[in-house]
Ligand binder design. Structure first.
Ligand code: HEM
Length: 234
């Protein structure tokens, strides 16, 4: 029981800091940096980028990672589908978020993929896409054999966490880049700097909590994650 109380407290805390990060990013983009807009040469289009990737590739992705820990007694198939639907939502929202920045660059005839942030970002998205496809092939297609599922599971787990950590790193590097572009008086600590710094800290704490909850053996589901087949799960 003690173990579960701790899980619930940390789980709730993860949601609070995750939502806080999204809200603070929304306040930064929506209030301090002028709000949101779409269309050719609309300067506010860029502001969708940080908000949408934070919602998709960090918050929803983090929660998708946690579903197997949260729903411990439900049928495995339902959780697999929930895991996949959340990842698909995370990917779709992220793609729109990245489209916002590519489209802003092309409106302004600016260079693409020149920065460390851009390189990290595109690598993270490619790895996320590969992880999704591999996960789908190994765990949702009925043809895959149990030994192959078992063989791939440790890689799937490792990369799931590694890509999540990369997403947070990418967001922090992108945040510093945007701070450099937009906050002239950062060192004099304007209110905007506090919003941005607390947002960044919330991302880091969200990352700690999700990775902690997902790697602690005592929070694992009762059944063995890779031995259940689609048939069993039904
Ligand atoms: C998981 C999170 C993120 C991913 C995957 C990501 C991905 C990317 C990619 C692929 C680009 C290159 C677009 C191009 O070259 O046209 C880019 C650009 C940019 N991003 Fe992000 N981004 C993330 C989060 C953020 C955040 C949180 C911010 C700021 C608050 C940000 C600020 C920027 C800026 C200023 C650019 C334009 C300059 C550049 O290309 O480096 N990004 N991002």
């Amino acid at each position: 029981m003690e173990v579960w109380r701790k899980f619930i407290v940390l789980g709730i805390l993860s949601q609070i800091v995750g939502i806080l990060a999204v809200i603070l990013m929304g306040v930064w983009m929506g209030y301090y940096l002028g709000g949101f807009g779409w269309g050719y040469k609309n300067k506010l289009k860029f502001n969708y980028h940080p908000l949408l990737v934070t919602v998709g590739l960090i918050f929803i992705y983090g929660d998708a990672i946690l579903v197997y820990r949260i729903f411990r007694k439900e049928k495995k198939l339902y959780i697999k589908i929930l895991h996949m639907v959340l990842q698909l939502a995370a990917f779709t929202i992220t793609v729109i978020g990245v489209k916002a920045v590519f489209s802003t660059h092309s409106d302004e005839d600016a260079a693409n993929l020149y920065s460390i942030h851009g390189w990290l970002g595109i690598l993270t998205i490619i790895l996320f896409g590969l992880q999704f496809v591999m996960g789908f092939i190994f765990y949702l297609l009925p043809a895959m054999s149990e030994p192959l599922k078992a063989w791939y599971m440790s890689s799937h787990r490792y990369w799931g966490v590694a890509i999540f950590v990369m997403a947070i790193t990418t967001a922090l590097v992108g945040t510093m880049e945007e701070v450099g572009f937009k906050i002239r008086d950062y060192s004099s600590r304007p209110a905007q700097a506090y919003v941005v710094n607390f947002m960044a800290m919330s991302l880091v704490v969200f990352g700690w909590l999700v990775t902690y909850l997902v790697t602690k053996p005592e929070y694992k589901r009762d059944d063995n994650a890779y031995t259940s087949t689609l048939e069993e799960a039904r």
